[in-house]
Structures are given as structure tokens and as C-alpha cells.
Design a protein around this ligand. Structure first.
Ligand SMILES: [Zn+2]
Ligand SMILES: [Zn+2]
Length: 324
């Protein structure tokens, strides 16, 4: 079973996205690139070099439903006629008519984001949505944790690795412990645990960073020899990356705790101090990062959290800063 990476350009800050062709029957494509002319051409070029036509594809599998990964899924599926689209049930980005904006807005209000900023984020988000076609509910199947994607020769084990998004999945070829990890593992940057609604209880937010750390540990238990990420080069030294990520999380946590003043601070306050220069979509990513690290610090008892006038305010605990 050959895994053939295809690099596809995106209009996003992150740069090109990696799609993976599994050159084995049934022919399977993991991730598709965004819905742009350039991405479409690059993907077809990559398939052509592997002597595969879009109409030969039998499965389109999504590591997660961000636009840079799922954007072309629908048009490819339409062209490949009976290709099956597979995505984890906790993903929402590919769904038609989803109502999540209102749920999302509630999370942003609680995180202390001002109304005009929420509105700007919503407008931006609508722009980003244009880079993906959506699916009706009966048009895709569910990726199940621990199930296998079977091929004539070999299989990929599906591992649910939430964190970056609630329904992010990785795929493991156990014969040589190769992993396709989507945005769960990126060589040069620490993935951002995006502020997300909890798929089980939409009134809560998903504990993305805590879940992410569990996912990383789970992947580590497979002792990966090679990890193909959603962006950038593959990772040959997962152990080094694992430890680097943990250090980055601890350092960021110390920073966010330090930014919580005695009078208390919202995640928005903290994000503006952490990244004062950021604008547009990066303000959302910044507040996601702040929420994720504050939540983890709170769950570890390192800071206190109280609700004040509909906003969550983090406070220092015990007044002993040295403990941090
Ligand atoms: Zn992503
Ligand atoms: Zn991505």
C-alpha cells in the first residue's frame, strides 16, 4: 500500500495543505484541499502523476472538516460518482445548514470577546466558508475510532485524535507504524486547539487542549516511525516533537497564568496581551489559544474561574505566584 503525498496550495496563512493518495484498491484520497482553481489543478496534477483519475477514486476520507482539508470533497465525490465520503461524526465544518454560529457566538461572549469583534469574526468566517462545499447528512459516512479502512493489500487503523477539532482523526499503517495525522501533528508549528462547541453538549465548549494532549499520548503509544501531517514536511522523530509540544504547552500555560492579573481577566483580555498585533482571523485563533490554555490551567487547579455578567473571568489562586 503506497502513500503518496500531494501538496496543494491554499489561500490561507498556513500555506499549502498535504493530501494523501493511498495507491491501493479501493483507491482512497485523504483530504482534498480548498475549493479554489489552483488547488483543484494541483490535486489533479498530483493524481495524474500517480496515474489516477478523479473518477477512479472510491473513498474520500477527511482528517477533519476545515476548509483547507475538505473544500473539494464534494466536487470530487460528484465526479467520482459512487465514491464514499468519510468523516468523524464530531466534525461540523462540512455540514450544510449547520446552526453552529449561534452556539459559537455564545462561547465567544463567555470568553469576553466584544460584540463588534464577534461580528467581524463572523463575517470573516463566512468568507472562509466559501472555500468549501457542504454535504447533506445522508451524503457521508462516519469514521469510527479503532475501525479499519480496509484495502486489498493492508489496512489503515482509524484513531480518533480530537484536539485541533473535536472530530480530528489519524490513520495508522501498523505494519511500519506510519501515521497520517492531519493537523494533529505539524512539524514546524504547534497546532492550535480551536475554540469549539462540545459535540455532546453544545452549551459547553470542547476541552480542546486537554483532549489534544491525550490524543498525542495515544499516537505516541503506537511509537510512530513516520508521521505525515496536514501541512509541511513529515515528522521522523515523533518523540522529539512530542516533548517539544509538551514544553510549548507548559511555557504557554505559564505565560497565560502570568497575564491573569489580580483583578481577573477574560480569555479575550489575555489573548490581546499575548498577541497585541494580531488582526482578523488571527484574533479568533489568538482567543482560541488563550481559552485552551486557561481552561487547562483551570482544570489543573492553577487558576480560578468565575462567571461575572455573562463572562468567564479567570483569577489567580492563593496569591502565591511562585507556585506557578
Ligand atoms: Zn485544521
Ligand atoms: Zn490544516
Amino acid at each position: 500500500m503506497r502513500i503518496i503525498p500531494i501538496s496543494v496550495p491554499t489561500p490561507f496563512y498556513i500555506g499549502p495543505v498535504n493530501c494523501y493518495l493511498i495507491a491501493e484498491e479501493p483507491l482512497t484520497l485523504i483530504d482534498t484541499g480548498p475549493k479554489t482553481k489552483e488547488a483543484n489543478e494541483a490535486l489533479r496534477d498530483g493524481l495524474r502523476k500517480a496515474r489516477v483519475r478523479v473518477s477512479d477514486l472510491r473513498r474520500i476520507v477527511l482528517t477533519h472538516a476545515h476548509e483547507d482539508h475538505c473544500g473539494l470533497a464534494r466536487s470530487l465525490r460528484d465526479e467520482a460518482k459512487d465514491a464514499e465520503v468519510l468523516v468523524h461524526n464530531w466534525e461540523t465544518g462540512h455540514r450544510a445548514g449547520r446552526l453552529e454560529h449561534e452556539e459559537h457566538r455564545a462561547l465567544l461572549v463567555r470568553a469576553g470577546v466584544p460584540g463588534n469583534e464577534i461580528e467581524a469574526m463572523r463575517r470573516l468566517y463566512q468568507q472562509v466558508r466559501l472555500y468549501a462545499d457542504s454535504f447533506d447528512q445522508n451524503e457521508y459516512s462516519e469514521l469510527q475510532d479503532e475501525a479499519e479502512l480496509e484495502f486489498n493489500n493492508g489496512a489503515l487503523r482509524i484513531v480518533h485524535t480530537p484536539g485541533h477539532t473535536p472530530g480530528s482523526c489519524s490513520f495508522i499503517r501498523e505494519a511500519d507504524r506510519t501515521v497520517i495525522a492531519g493537523d494533529c501533528v505539524l512539524k514546524r508549528i504547534t497546532p492550535n486547539p480551536i475554540l469549539s462547541v462540545d459535540p455532546i453538549d453544545p452549551t459547553r465548549r470542547f476541552p480542546s487542549l486537554a483532549e489534544y494532549l491525550v490524543s498525542l499520548a495515544r499516537l505516541r503509544a503506537f511509537a510512530p516511525t513516520l508521521v505525515y501531517g496536514g501541512h509541511g514536511d513529515p515528522v521522523n522523530d515523533f518523540e522529539e516533537l512530542f516533548n517539544r509540544y509538551l514544553r510549548a504547552v507548559r511555557e504557554r500555560q505559564a505565560q497565560v497564568i502570568g497575564l491573569v492579573r489580580n483583578g481577573g481577566a477574560t480569555a479575550w483580555d489575555v489573548s490581546r496581551q499575548m498577541f497585541p498585533e494580531t488582526d482578523d482571523v488571527h484574533r479568533f485563533l489568538a482567543v482560541s489559544e488563550a481559552v485552551a490554555h486557561l481552561d487547562l490551567a483551570h482544570s489543573e487547579g492553577k487558576i480560578a474561574l468565575e462567571l461575572s455578567e455573562g463572562k468567564e473571568v479567570y483569577r489567580r489562586v492563593g496569591g502565591d505566584e511562585r507556585k506557578l
